[in-house]
Write a new protein. Structure first.
Length: 110
């Protein structure tokens, strides 16, 4: 189908990916609720949990966008999307990394 009607094939790929995501939204919501409950029971600061969930979301969205772009035959743009996602993940992880480093420094004697 990709050779005969590439525009239709591309739209079919996007539609299928979105449909699968919408089908899984309820399961994703349940997983997020479970993680929030576990974090609250463990008395973990919810800001860190939410940041980690945002990082995971960015990773999935960047991967999805990259795959769609590759399917459209734009490999160079797909690479840039992946790079952008990685940079956003690194930027969002800085506060968590800072807290971890500060905790490790406090644990080291003298």
């Amino acid at each position: 189908m990709k050779e005969q009607k590439p525009n239709f094939a591309f739209l079919l790929i996007v539609f299928t990916g979105c449909a699968i995501f919408l089908f899984l939204v309820d399961q994703i919501y349940q997983i997020i609720n479970m993680i929030h409950t576990l974090a609250a029971n463990a008395k973990v600061n919810l800001i860190y949990v939410e940041t980690i969930l945002k990082i995971i979301g960015i990773a999935y969205i960047a991967e999805f966008a990259s795959q769609i772009t590759k399917d459209a035959g734009q490999g160079a743009i797909a690479s840039k999307i992946e790079l952008g996602g990685k940079i956003l993940i690194l930027a969002m992880a800085i506060p968590i990394l800072t807290v971890m480093i500060e905790t490790i420094i406090r644990l080291i004697p003298g």
